[in-house]
Design a protein around this ligand. Structure first.
Ligand code: UT7
Length: 328
């Protein structure tokens, strides 16, 4: 399609809680070991909120930093999109709570539920609103308090997840910006990664509590295989759509779920290790917040310079997957 406007990132911000949960801490909670977690996932520690801290609190902290770096006042923001699977509550949307906390009273607000791909789905959505001329700018936030839905009696999942938030201000740019994107989904595979309790399917009841249905359920190895295949496919397709080849990628920023998944994707795409950004060891899997936190840290560490081709790619529950190619 012909683009009316170039859209790019005008500001970035992130926030992670201070409290750290290490692999050693988890050894005391379930039958696991630092050695197993490190070799099977690459995760060494993850951050967690004080119990009762909602996603909107983390999101607002990240959003304020992004606004500051974009040199925008909250009232100037026209659209807020929050990507999360751990909303403050089923309704109203977490984006409305964020709007109130940061004072962005002129913004339209909605949430996106695309799990770990949510931030990329959010960027793509915001791009179209700006490209079409409907809004001048948008604040896209990925946030999770996954510790609120993690079953700390289930060693298959509890070692993986953490809390955090990242935010990006999108707006028109004169060069570079978003070059291309690709989104995909397969609802036939929903039962491989899901949270069954508390929705209209299984409303909260004594039985849903007793059967621990309010926690994440995952068939790890099936998710693993699909993640490798579909993240490779998504990254390759978006790069092709930008009329580039994988050798043109300056930095790949993948969803940080498992270092073995990331390494397999890297090898299939044919990139050297130094062209892939990693922070899975520090934060574990932060779902919708994962790629945006990684982008924020990559920029802060000066891993990205002007003119670089940066590719974000993610995969998550749904299944959903997606990628976006940016020229910095
Ligand atoms: O963010 C959205 C996408 N999510 C992901 O991408 C996650 C994808 N999946 C994964 O990252 C991996 O599948 C896991 C890290 C979850 C699991 O790794 P795996 O190599 O697929 O292990 P597995 O599930 O096949 O389990 C291997 C063994 C099992 O023992 P047996 O049956 O072989 O005796 C598990 O019970 O490892 C055992 N195991 C553990 N042992 C120690 C599973 N979790 C643990 C644990 N500590 N925490």
């Amino acid at each position: 399609m012909t683009r009316k406007k170039l859209v790019g990132i005008a500001g970035l911000g992130m926030y992670v809680p201070k409290k750290v949960l290490t692999n050693r801490d988890l050894e005391k909670m379930v039958d696991t070991s630092d050695e197993w977690i490190t070799t099977r996932t690459g995760i060494k520690e993850r951050r967690l909120v004080q119990p009762g801290t909602p996603s909107s609190t983390l999101a607002a902290k990240a959003a304020n930093k992004a606004l500051e770096s974009a040199n925008l006042k909250p009232e100037e923001i026209e659209l807020i999109i929050v990507a999360t699977i751990t909303p403050d509550m089923p309704f109203p949307s977490t984006s409305c709570f964020v709007q109130s906390k940061i004072g962005a009273k002129n913004a339209a607000c909605f949430d996106i539920g695309a799990a770990c791909s949510g931030f990329i789905y959010g960027l793509v959505t915001a791009r179209h609103f700006i490209d079409s001329g409907m809004y001048k700018n948008a604040l896209v936030i990925g946030v999770e308090v996954l510790t609120s839905v993690t079953d700390y009696t289930d060693r298959n999942t509890c070692v993986l997840f953490g809390d955090g938030a990242g935010a990006a201000v999108l707006g028109p740019v004169t060069s570079g910006g978003i070059l291309s994107h690709y989104l995909g989904a397969d609802g036939d595979l929903a039962n491989l990664l899901y949270l069954p309790g508390g929705g209209s399917c299984n409303p909260a009841s004594k039985d849903t509590l007793k059967n621990r249905l309010h926690y994440i359920k995952m068939s790890g190895s099936e998710v693993f295989k699909s993640a490798v295949r579909l993240m490779t496919d998504a990254a390759t397709r978006a790069v092709c759509d930008a009329n580039l080849g994988c050798k043109d990628i300056s930095l790949l920023i993948p969803h940080q779920a498992n270092i073995r998944i990331i390494n397999s994707v890297r090898q299939r795409i044919g990139l050297p290790e130094d062209k892939v950004y990693l922070n899975v060891a520090k934060y574990g899997n932060v779902s919708a917040a994962s790629t945006i936190i990684a982008l924020c840290e990559a920029v802060k560490e000066k891993r990205i310079k002007k003119g670089d081709i940066v590719v974000l790619v993610a995969f998550g529950a749904g299944f959903t997957w997606g990628s976006i190619v940016l020229k910095w």
